[in-house]
Design a protein around this ligand. Structure first.
Ligand SMILES: NC(=O)c1ccc[n+]([C@@H]2O[C@H](COP(=O)([O-])OP(=O)(O)OC[C@H]3O[C@@H](n4cnc5c(N)ncnc54)[C@H](OP(=O)(O)O)[C@@H]3O)[C@@H](O)[C@H]2O)c1
Length: 249
């Protein structure tokens, strides 16, 4: 069964990705929708045109990951798309956020994403795509969002390396690096700095570009002029100098 597996499908960009794949990718026969909120997933499944499998799990749980691996073994899907969109971010200084919150961010944003890539790899179809949600926060260390930004740098680096390892076998990996996007993520993240509000993007548009970039085999997808400029600047100007500028704000 040609399958798309989508984590974080209960909300925001994961949900939008499920809708976009359902609308645009004809070859998909089944979508696996992953998240903790079952009702949301069932609602989404009812609105899609393909067969759906709702999988309620907490991706931070090692047992849940092992159970998911067993499900893969039992169903032996031909995975055409793996989308890792589950994640969250909490703003605040390292000393102000609890240790639990910071480790939970790393668990979902980095560990779960790595585990999903690893356990799905044996089932990836010959021409397949992995879409990993990183963030523009990956481009530069971010005081006040340190653990989240460092975790997303990991996702960007990991995805590009995985892409280099798998693309010859026909599996392309794209790291999606949006700036702020209007989703529940922003409600949970805490008060975002006012200059970031200027760059808030629409989830549908970010996802549309991410899917297009993935189909074109790009290893990084950045939506919008502002974030592309930011990406370029962080490649040219030493990070120490940019961080000084932020400190002076
Ligand atoms: N929105 C932004 O400004 C922004 C910017 C850059 C990058 N990103 C990244 O883009 C990705 C998608 O974010 P979004 O904006 O779509 O956020 P969102 O609307 O808050 O969605 C996050 C999704 O992650 C799932 N999730 C969280 N913890 C989970 C866990 N322990 N187990 C299983 N699922 C879990 C949630 O589902 P349940 O609660 O149902 O489990 C939800 O479906 C994230 O990786 C985020 O870091 C977001």
């Amino acid at each position: 069964m040609r399958t798309a597996i989508i984590t974080g499908a209960s909300s925001g960009m994961g949900r939008e990705m499920a809708l976009a794949i359902d609308q645009k990718i004809r070859q998909i026969e089944e979508l696996w929708l992953l998240g903790r909120r079952e009702e949301r997933l069932r609602e989404l499944a009812n609105s899609l045109s393909r067969k759906c499998r709702v999988i309620c799990l907490d991706l931070c749980s090692a047992t849940a990951i092992r159970d998911f691996e067993e499900l893969l073994k039992a169903k032996n899907p031909e995975i055409v798309f793996l989308v890792n969109a589950a994640g969250f971010g909490r703003m605040g200084r390292i000393s102000a956020l609890s240790l639990e919150e910071q480790l939970a961010m790393l668990d979902i944003n980095c560990r779960a994403l790595t585990a999903l890539c690893r356990i799905c790899l044996p089932y990836m179809a010959e021409k397949s795509r992995i879409i990993n949600f990183a963030s523009a926060a990956a481009f530069l260390p971010q005081p006040g969002f340190a653990v989240y930004a460092a975790g997303k740098s990991y996702v960007l680096s990991f995805s590009r390396a995985l892409n280099a390892e798998t693309r010859n076998a026909g599996c392309h990996v794209t790291a999606v690096c949006p700036g702020p996007v209007r989703t529940e993520f922003l409600d949970l993240a805490g008060k975002i700095p006012s200059y970031k509000r200027f760059f808030i993007a629409d989830a549908k548009k970010v996802v549309r570009k991410a899917l297009k970039d993935s189909l074109e085999g790009k290893d990084v997808s950045v939506y919008g002029l502002g974030m592309n400029l930011f990406y370029m600047i962080t490649k040219i100007i030493p990070h120490g100098a940019i961080l000084l500028l932020f400190r002076k704000r």
